[in-house]
Design a protein around this ligand. Structure first.
Ligand code: M6R
Length: 609
């Protein structure tokens, strides 16, 4: 949460900072601000609201300076306002911060006693004031920052400049992401890769406990005690174009359409047609590792949690290994039965979700091996893991996860098949058939995307409804949950996902003509039971939107509206069924005029607990 951008070089910083913040806005958008340093003076501009507000404020101003820092905020301490917007400053220092300073009340008290005045309600403002305090005691900028780091507790990505030592950015990381971008005669620092792609693809990824001192032509990385630590630069393969809308109205729409390509990238090099060869290339499981797995615990948040729920069906069904699924935020606060014969699988698009990271720490402490499914290369979760499966979906900018979800599902399906093969729970033909099905998936998704037209027709009729119910059974039940989550997060319509069999146990009381019921009825062993659900909804005057296999007249007759998908088998059904639900949510939200890519109160990666 919160996006940070810093620049030092020979170009004017303000435009570069604003451009970087635009690409980080998905991380938070309650307020924004930039500070630039010129001729020994710091100029600061901040604004409540989205980046466009800040751009309006700075338009026509001569904000000169070839070094600066910027921030786009997701509020934790203090409401979104001009005063609480970052950067926060003192006489000689400005700071941007992502995270939470837990002991800020105590530090605030001490600083007030020492004669400092606070202008905001934020925890962050303690930092520039503490640094200022140490500068007054004749410490250098670097020494003042290191001393401050020894006094603060909590999570942070901090980026700072000082008029006392112009030409230098100092950045520090503890639990919130930060990346140094390495340019020619210029350097950058940012919360995430998309902010850097227009300038460089060479980066140094900071680890927890790192401090970077960045100038126009150099950067050094040390620990909080000031000792230099080596960090090898990494070359990023994502291109700038991948992080742009390319003519689509919203990133979400672009990302929905990108799914066939993204799935091809997830599959690339991992499956071989014909001989059923399966490789988890970033992952080396020894025979002993595979034999050792007694149970698998899948942990994630939000949409990634829904992927975990689907994976339970695959891993138990194909590899016959018992699976537990837990929300990361719940896992660490109970006493989980995890030990060294448990394979702990974490799933995360961003690789930075605080709850998931904390759950991994807990599982590691209990002796489990960590396998991660992640999209962002080099992010914190893969760095903490023993085994990593990168989905290679490319940057996902829309806050509502789409291609990240379907590629996670593909990765988890491959993991299930891999384990089935290594544990001999499927025969060769079965493995070959499943591999064949997965390799054909991009084409099936391509055909499914055409169902957008159907989804549009449905939207016209139902976009004003205030409540939706989603029903699914088996591995389509998590897809019902995902469909409901997509709708609520971007359209602000109340939506609930239920297992079809549970309808009679409560939700049926809600059914009337005002609450559309989205039913996943494209096939599977429980299709006849879903048909009973349709009958029950119809008998109570409810409106049914059915996701069905094309040409299924029985479902068509029972439904108010239908969205067709191609005929597929049970293995890939959940991956295919989610696509029309993504479209449905998108079309409804767009018709209601919400901010689809940046829905209210949300942020793309949740780096606070
Ligand atoms: O980056 P992660 O996959 O760990 O993020 C988990 C959730 O925050 C995320 O899936 C969230 O629920 C999305 N906004 C859903 O669209």
């Amino acid at each position: 949460m919160c996006g940070i951008m810093g620049y030092v070089g020979n170009r004017q910083a303000a435009g570069i900072l604003i451009d970087g913040l635009r690409r980080l806005e998905y991380r938070g958008y309650d307020s924004t601000g930039i500070a630039v340093l010129h001729d020994g003076a710091i100029a600061l501009e901040r604004s409540k609201g989205k980046l466009a507000e800040l751009e309006r404020k700075v338009a026509g101003q001569d904000l000169r300076g070839t070094i600066g820092i910027g921030h786009t905020r997701w509020a934790t301490h203090g409401k979104p306002s001009d005063e609480n917007a970052h950067p926060h400053g003192s006489e000689h220092v400005v700071v941007v911060h992502n995270g939470i300073i837990e002991n800020y009340m105590e530090l605030r008290g001490k600083l007030i006693e020492a004669g400092f005045t606070f202008r905001s309600e934020t925890d962050t403002e303690t930092i520039p004031l503490l640094i200022e305090y140490h500068l007054r005691n004749r410490l250098s900028f670097e020494e003042a920052v290191l001393t401050t780091l020894s006094e603060i507790e909590g999570t942070f990505a901090l980026v700072m400049i000082s008029s006392a030592e112009p030409g230098k950015i100092i950045a520090a990381k503890n639990a919130s992401p930060l990346i140094v971008g390495i340019g020619k005669n210029e350097n950058f620092v940012a919360s995430d890769i998309p902010a850097l792609l227009s300038h460089t693809r060479d980066v140094a990824i900071l680890e927890d406990g790192d401090v970077a001192v960045i100038t126009q032509n150099s950067f050094k990385i040390m620990d909080f005690s000031g000792k230099t630590v080596p960090r090898k630069p990494t070359h990023i393969t994502w291109s700038r174009v991948m992080a742009e809308k390319e003519g689509f109205k919203h990133f979400m729409l672009k990302e929905i359409h990108e799914q066939p390509r993204a799935i091809i990238d997830t599959l690339r090099g991992r499956l071989t047609e014909g001989n059923g060869h399966i490789v988890l290339d970033e992952t080396e499981f020894t025979d002993a590792d595979v034999a050792n797995v007694e149970r698998i615990v899948l942990v994630a948040c939000g949409t990634s949690y829904h992927a975990a729920l689907v994976a339970k069906f695959w891993i138990e069904g194909l590899a016959r290994i018992p699976v537990e699924v837990d929300l990361a935020s719940e896992f660490r606060y109970r006493r989980p039965c995890v030990h060294d014969r448990v394979l702990f699988v974490s799933i995360s698009q961003s690789g930075e979700t605080a709850d998931t990271l904390a759950a991994i720490d807990e599982a590691k402490k209990l002796g489990a091996k960590i396998f991660s499914v992640c999209n962002v290369v080099g992010s914190s979760i893969p760095r903490k893991s023993d085994h990593v499966f990168y989905t290679h979906a490319g940057p996902e900018i829309g806050v509502a996860s789409t291609k990240a979800f379907t590629t996670q599902l593909v990765a988890l399906a491959i993991l299930a098949l891999y384990l089935a093969k290594r544990r001999n729970t499927l025969d060769r033909k079965e493995i070959r058939d499943h591999v064949h099905t997965l390799l054909g998936l991009p084409l099936v998704i391509e055909q499914t995307l055409k169902s957008s037209e159907d989804a549009l027709r449905v939207t016209d009729r139902f976009f004003e409804a205030e409540h939706f119910l989603y029903l699914g059974r088996g591995s389509s039940y998590p897809i019902a949950l995902e469909g409901a989550l997509k709708l609520k997060e971007i359209s602000y319509i109340h939506a609930e996902g239920y297992a079809g069999g549970e309808m009679k146990h409560g939700p049926i009381a809600l059914i009337d003509e005002h609450m559309p019921v989205v039913v996943l009825a494209s096939g599977g062993p429980t299709l006849s039971k879903m048909v009973s659900n349709l009958e029950e909804v119809r008998a109570r005057g409810g409106n049914i939107i059915a996701v069905m296999t094309e040409g299924d007249e029985r479902i068509q007759k029972l439904s108010t509206a239908t969205i067709s998908i191609p005929k597929v088998g049970d293995f890939i059904r959940p991956i295919v069924e989610v696509v029309p639900l993504q479209f449905l949510a998108y079309q409804i939200a767009d018709k209601r005029g919400t901010d689809v890519d940046q829905p209210r109160n949300l942020a793309k990666s949740v780096t606070v607990e």
